[in-house]
Design a protein around this ligand. Structure first.
Ligand SMILES: Cc1cc2nc3c(=O)[nH]c(=O)nc-3n(C[C@H](O)[C@H](O)[C@H](O)COP(=O)(O)O)c2cc1C
Length: 218
């Protein structure tokens, strides 16, 4: 059953990748032919913008369907390319696939929320936790990483949801002990968790964008 789910995930990721490909010639793009580097989907849409627009928060994960280590590595690595203020690379990413730790974090999160009988991670089998060094643009840097992780996941057919309360978790003695056990030293602020996995059921359609979102100053 697990293998079947993994295969379904891989096929979905493959389908997404193949329907949106880069027209860029080996990544070598000069100013004058920048248009050739636009990554297009089969329907002609820009594939990066399509990923941004189709990413949705998943709240019903298939607990038995873990994305492969290869896919998770690609997502995490993409996160490291997020912009950071002054290029400080303040954030760090914890990739949690160990069920024991996933459940421990889940319980800590539920406690912060005051709802200890629920799973705030919606059954997601794994998560990435973003923490950011308490220096300079800490929260902004971490937020950029969070967004990059969610978009990278979507581009690989993996669903995600930002789960909050990492700040409180890692301010607690238990949170500090987890970092210490990992050998992570220094002052870090918890920014958020990206719950990751494959959807168990259809994800609801997004709310329409508000009319006054964009203000042009021309
Ligand atoms: C800072 C932040 C915190 C969030 N915290 C949670 C959370 O704890 N639990 C949750 O289910 N969704 C959380 N979300 C997801 C939002 O609820 C979601 O992005 C929003 O409803 C819009 O839906 P969409 O992501 O499908 O576009 C959070 C999002 C952000 C940006």
């Amino acid at each position: 059953m697990n293998i079947l789910r993994l295969m379904t995930g891989a096929i979905l990721a493959g389908a997404l990748m193949s329907s949106c490909t880069s027209n860029c010639n080996g990544g070598k793009c000069e100013k004058e032919n920048a248009k050739c580097c636009e990554k297009k989907c089969e329907n002609g849409a820009n594939s990066t913008i399509e990923t941004i627009k189709t990413r949705r928060s998943c709240r019903v994960f298939n607990a038995d369907s873990m994305p492969s280590k290869e896919v998770l590595s690609q997502i995490a690595e993409a996160g490291t390319w997020a912009p950071t203020g002054m290029g400080t690379q303040n954030p760090i990413i914890l990739v949690v696939t160990k069920k024991e730790m996933r459940d421990r974090i889940m319980k800590m999160n539920a406690k912060v929320m005051g709802k200890e009988d629920m799973d705030p991670f919606y059954g997601a089998p794994c998560m990435m936790i973003v923490l950011s060094k308490k220096e300079g643009t800490t929260v902004y840097d971490g937020t950029c990483v969070m967004t990059t992780l969610m978009l990278a996941a979507k581009s690989l057919g993996v669903e995600s949801c930002w789960i909050h309360r990492a700040k409180e978790e890692f301010e607690s003695e238990e949170g500090k002990a987890i970092l210490k056990d990992l050998g992570i030293e220094g002052e870090y602020e918890g920014i958020g968790h990206v719950a990751l996995g494959y959807a168990k059921s259809e994800i609801p359609a997004p709310a329409p964008r508000k009319a006054d979102y964009i203000h042009w100053i021309e």
